[in-house]
Every structure is written in C-alpha cells, then in structure tokens.
Write a protein of this length. Sequence first.
Length: 260
Amino acid sequence: MLAMVDPLYTLSGFFVGLLVGQTGVGGGALMTPILVLLFGVHPATAVGTDLLYASATKTVGTLVHGLNNTVSWRLVLRLGYGSMPATVLTLLVMSRFNIAGTQAAGFISSVLGVMLLLTSLSLIFRRQFVTFAGAWINRVKPHRTAQLTVVMGAVLGVMVTMSSVGAGAIGVTVLLLLYPRLPMAIIVGSDIAHAVPLTLVAGVGHWFLGSVDWSLLAALLTGSVPGIILGSYISARVPDAVLRPILAGTLVLVGGRLVF
C-alpha cells in the first residue's frame, strides 16, 4: 500500500480517461503500462488495480449505453459464458505462484507487452480484418457463431485477467468479425457491458491475491471521471482517424518496450 499518493496518478487518470472518452479504447492499454513504466508499480499490482479501475469506469459507460438501448444482452451473456469460467481458472492458476516476485513481474510485463502490440494491430487493421474475414463469417451458421462467441469470451477472460488489456479494442474487433451486421453502437455497447463483470471478477480475484492498491485506485478514479466526461464531450470535435493512429503508435512503442 502506498503511504502517500503522487498527484501525478490523478493526472494520469485524467489523461487516460480523456482518451477513453474520445475513442472508447485505452483504459487498460494505457493505464497499466503508465503505472509500470513511469511510476515503477509492480506489474501485478498495476494489473489488479487497473482491473477495478476499468470496472468502475465502464459501469458508467454501460449505464449510458443501456439507456440508449445499444447493448445486446444476449451477446453479453454469450461472452460471459466463456469469460467468467476462464477468469476464475486463470486466477486459480495465478494463485499457485508468487505474483509479487521478480519472475512473475517479468512474465506479466511480457504478457502485457504482447497484448499491447495485439491491441495496436486491432486498432490499425480493424477494417482489413473485417473485410478479409467477412466472406467466411457470412457462411457461418448462427449456432456456430454463438459457440465462437463463447470461445472468444474465454480467450478474452484469460488475456484480461493476466494483463488487464484486451476488453476494449480486441473485444470490439472480435465482435465486428462475428457480427458484421450489427450496428457499431451495439458492438461497442455490448463490449463495454461485458467488460464490467469481467474486470470486476478479475479485479476482486487480484485483490484476494494481494495485488490491488486501493489508495492508488482512488487517485486514478478521481482524475478519470472528469477526464471521461470531457473526452466524451469533445469526441465529436476530434477526428477518430487522427486519434486512433496516435493511440496505436503509442501502444506499439510501449508494448515493444515491455517485451524487449
């Protein structure tokens, strides 16, 4: 536990919240590496704290999308059928190891770096992925699509529990591939809604493993709430085509730094 919280944590929360409000991506993908690389927080603590941070911030987003009827709860349930068991199993495996040790720190940093690189690819090549797989996806029968959704939920459960990254950009990309006919607003809303229980269960699990810093979490939320509000307000004024390449480039640099 940190005795005193650096106000820069609150500023970082505001900065990340601003980006999340504008792009819908960047919570775990930016907050966790910022904590690890800039502030020297242990990777396990950074992941655990960021998971609860993401759960709190995305609850607000889910309420907004729910009120706007842009959440497919059937889709959320399908993802949850895969992600919840996978999250619990991943936490059980992690409990067998000393996640506060140096070896675990190196492993988690590497997983985090790989996830950041995958996230950046999903941001840069999302349209190409959807176009490339579109013909194949259209031939998949509905029951098979439902099964694939459960499988992808399980994959996301493992990824997010270990790195706190993947519920945003990667989740949206996967849903676009599996459900190309759904409106983008429902894809995003469903992804955010699924991320709430996923990050909450994973975050509570990390708390039991001793990898959550509550004072740090409070400082991040203090900055992120106004950041998300401001980011959502100005999102229409900043071209998405400008923001996403900048975010993707940042993730490539940070991911490469963590892996290598």
